[in-house]
Design a protein around this ligand. Structure first.
Ligand code: ADP
Ligand code: MG
Length: 346
């Protein structure tokens, strides 16, 4: 989140090379192709008091390639935090398997946890420690040897070097979030997971955070983030999984997802009144709004925009303005979730 990240510090945060985790665990067979893999992962929260049992994840298959900046996108209650918390070892899965950096979380939970750093959704920081102390404590918990600690460097990288010895309670919200990122990085995990990193965060900090996440990713860290902001996933992630009600509805590269809906709208603002849609334009599903606005719809894969403009010229229409609208992730998201919900109605 530092506006410009010190390359030395960024490099220091890159995952250890040659398949060797920071804790010294040698992972057989070198670097895995998948940073995280979930196979048939389900989670049912047990009934408690008046709350009925809840199926929060329903046979989730997800493959997160090493080096990707992966977005887990879904509305509130979709199961995103449940997924993250299973990776973090905070929630116990009900069924299925998960591997982090090639390590099965059920077989070798400690090694799996060493391969991942998790930034939780809530800003839970002990107010009576300083950032320096908090990071040292965290490094200790992860068994990072004193000689291998890079506490000052990590603080520098998140732009908190000058707050190293301030009480955490005196830090602003933005600084606290950066401190949580630093905390997740002390053991140089090759995979960094951020649960809704920008929920309730102002625009400036959001931009800083995005740029910092991109820098880490460029330095080789695989990033998994959850979000319910579509623009965030679209702007930041190279791959996106859309989940809703515990199920994966789509998982693809961002580009491929955006191409799925082959639909565009062009709006013509006319410089004189029009009373009816000209026949030549009916094939573009034309709709007249008032007398000066004409909306045309087309499939960019089948109809070049030139053809539409030529048809408009042939009708002798004079234009005052013209705008086109791309489909965005929101359209795809709505289409997928509506279809899935319709399918599952009894
Ligand atoms: P998201 O992070 O996408 O908003 P969550 O994973 O937090 O979704 O929640 C998924 C579903 O599981 C929700 O219906 C939520 O109410 C339920 N849930 C989450 N945590 C618990 C819990 N500890 N006990 C019972 N139900 C839970
Ligand atoms: Mg959540």
């Amino acid at each position: 989140m530092a506006e410009s990240v010190d390359p030395i510090a960024t490099d220091a945060m890159a995952p250890a090379r040659d398949g060797e985790a920071a804790t010294g665990t040698v992972i057989a067979g070198g670097l895995p192709d998948l940073a995280v893999e979930a196979i048939g992962l389900s989670k049912t929260y047990r009934k408690t008091g008046r709350n009925p049992a809840k199926l929060a994840l329903d046979r989730v298959d997800l493959a997160i390639p090493r080096g990707s900046l992966f977005g887990l996108l879904g509305p509130n209650g979709a199961g995103k935090s449940t997924f993250i918390n299973i990776l973090a070892g905070l929630v116990v899965k009900s069924r299925g398997a998960v591997r982090i950096w090639g390590i099965d979380i059920a077989e070798r939970p400690r090694d799996a946890r060493a391969a991942i750093g998790v930034v939780p959704q809530e800003l839970n920081i002990d107010p009576f420690f300083t950032p320096f102390e908090l990071l040292e404590l965290q490094a200790g918990l992860y068994g990072v040897r004193r000689s291998e600690r890079r506490t000052a460097q990590v603080l520098e990288a998140v732009g908190l070097a000058d707050k190293a010895n301030a009480y955490a309670r005196t830090l602003s919200g933005g600084m606290r979030r950066r401190l949580l990122v630093a905390k997740a990085l002390v053991h140089s995990p090759p995979v960094l997971v951020l649960d809704e990193p920008t929920a309730g965060v102002d625009i400036e900090l959001r931009q800083q955070l995005w740029s910092y996440v991109r820098d880490l990713n460029r330095a080789g860290v695989t990033i998994l983030l959850t979000t319910h902001y579509l623009e965030e996933a679209e702007a930041l992630c190279d791959r996106i999984a859309i989940i809703d009600r515990g199920r994966v509805l789509a998982c693809d590269t961002t580009q491929a997802l955006l191409k799925r809906i082959d639909n565009k709208t062009v709006t013509l603002i006319l410089s004189s009144d029009l009373l009816d849609v000209p026949d030549q334009l009916r094939r573009f599903d034309a709709e007249l709004r008032g007398t000066r606005e004409l909306v045309l719809r087309y499939r960019p894969s089948q109809v070049p925009i030139d053809e539409i403009l030529a048809a408009v010229r042939d009708c002798g229409l004079a234009l005052a303005d013209l705008t086109t609208e791309e489909t965005d992730l929101e359209d795809i998201f709505l289409q997928l979730t509506r279809a899935a919900r319709a399918d599952r109605k009894p």
